[in-house]
Design a protein around this ligand. Structure first.
Ligand SMILES: [Zn+2]
Length: 333
C-alpha cells in the first residue's frame, strides 16, 4: 500500500511495510501494562472492549533536492517479534517502493528515528544493505547506546547490524539539525536514548514525523501512558507531550509511524490531553491475513493534508537538545 501526497515542492509517499490485521494485531495489554504506568482497570475503562492495537508500519519516502530519502525502513522479512506467522504480512517496503516507481538503489538516504528492529531491520534483513547506495542517518546517542555494553534486548542484534552494515556511510546527527535539504531533526528522546522526530518543511508546509512517540491514540488521550519499550519512561512522556502540544498549537500535519495506514493526521488539544484526527480516511483497506499484501496505489490531492501542514508559526518545540527554536530562516524549495 502506498499513499502519495505533496508537501510544498516535495513529493511524499507513505509506504506501508505491513499492516497486520486480527488475529495478528498485538494485544493492548502487552503495550500498556501496570509496570509501564497503566493500571489494568484504567485501560479497560477506556478501550470499550478493544483488545488489540491496529499497528501499522508506515515508512515515508520523500523526494528532496538531494535525492530520495526514506524515513525508517520497517521490519524486513523474518521479523523476530511475532514468529513466522506474521512474515507474509510485513517486510513489503520494497514492493511498495516499486509501486511508487522506485528501486532500492534509488534511495539516496535512510533516516532512522531510532534503531529498534521495526524501524531499521528493513534495511538490513538480507544480511547486506537492502539500499546499496544509500547513506544512513541516526542520532549520535542512539548509535552510542546500541554500540555500548549497556544495550540489551530483542532490538540489539538489528541495531548493531545496521551500524555495522552502513559503516562509514552512517552519519551521526544531533537534535535540531537540518541533516538534508528540508529535513530537520527534532528532539524526542526517551523511547530510546536517541529517539528523534523529523520535521519536513517546504514552502511553508510542514510535516512532523513522530516515530514511536506514540503507538495508539490512547497515548494522546493519556499522554503520560508509556509502554515497556520506552527505555526512559519519564523522558518519553515529556517528549510526547511537547511534540503533541507543538503539533496541536501549530496545526501541523503529523505522520505517525505505527498508527493505521497511512498514519497521517492532526492533533487537537482536549483539556490537559490531546485527540487524534486521522486524515485521508479513504485510504485503501489492508488485505486480510494471512494473504500477502497486494500493492495498491493511491495518489490523491488532499486539500486537508496541505491545510494541516501549512505554516502558522515558526517555532520548534525546544526541549533538552534543542539549541535554537527559530526555524524561520531555513532553506525552502
Ligand atoms: Zn516502532
Amino acid at each position: 500500500m502506498i499513499y502519495s501526497f505533496p508537501l510544498g515542492s516535495l513529493s511524499c509517499v507513505v509506504i506501508s511495510d505491513g499492516q497486520p490485521k486480527p488475529p495478528w494485531e498485538p494485544p493492548l495489554a502487552e503495550f500498556f501494562t501496570p509496570e509501564s504506568g497503566v493500571p489494568s482497570e484504567e485501560l479497560c475503562a477506556v478501550t470499550h472492549g478493544r483488545s488489540s492495537l491496529a499497528l501499522g508500519y508506515n515508512c515515508l519516502c520523500v523526494r528532496t533536492p538531494d535525492g530520495l530519502v526514506l524515513l525508517d525502513t520497517g521490519l524486513g522479512k523474518r521479523f523476530f517479534g511475532y514468529g513466522p506467522q506474521i512474515e507474509p504480512l510485513v517486510g513489503v517496503l520494497t514492493d511498495g517502493l516499486a509501486t511508487a516507481g522506485y528501486g532500492a538503489a534509488d534511495v539516496a538516504a535512510v533516516v532512522f528515528t531510532h534503531l529498534h528492529q521495526d524501524h531499521s531491520r528493513g534495511a538490513t534483513w538480507r544480511g547486506e544493505s537492502v539500499f546499496p547506495t544509500a547513506s544512513a542517518y541516526a542520532h549520535a546517542a542512539e548509535v552510542a547506546y546500541w554500540s555500548s555494553a549497556a544495550a540489551t534486548g530483542p532490538h540489539l542484534e538489528s541495531a548493531r547490524q545496521a551500524i555495522r552494515l552502513f559503516g562509514e556511510r552512517l552519519h551521526r546527527f544531533r537534535h535540531d539539525e537540518e541533516i538534508l535539504p528540508n529535513v530537520r531533526t527534532v528532539e524526542s528522546a526517551g523511547h530510546t536514548p536517541g529517539h528523534t522526530a523529523i520535521l519536513l518543511e517546504s514552502r511553508g508546509e510542514r510535516l512532523l514525523c513522530t516515530g514511536d512517540s506514540f503507538y495508539d491514540p490512547l497515548q494522546l488521550t493519556h499522554p503520560d501512558w508509556c509502554t515497556p519499550w520506552d527505555l526512559d519512561a519519564t523522558r518519553s512522556a515529556r517528549s510526547r507531550r511537547r511534540l503533541l502540544a507543538w503539533a496541536a498549537d501549530e496545526n501541523l500535519l503529523v505522520h505517525a509511524y505505527h498508527l493505521p495506514f497511512p498514519g497521517l493526521g492532526t492533533v487537537k488539544r482536549a483539556g490537559a490531553a490531546f485527540t487524534w484526527s486521522p486524515l485521508a480516511p479513504e485510504a485503501p483497506e489492508a488485505p486480510e491475513a494471512p494473504e500477502a499484501p497486494e500493492a495498491t496505489a493511491s495518489t490523491r490531492s488532499n486539500r486537508k493534508l496541505a491545510a494541516a501542514g501549512r505554516r502558522r508559526a515558526s517555532r520548534c518545540p525546544g526541549g533538552d537538545g534543542c539549541r535554537n527554536g527559530d526555524m524561520s530562516d531555513k532553506r525552502q524549495v
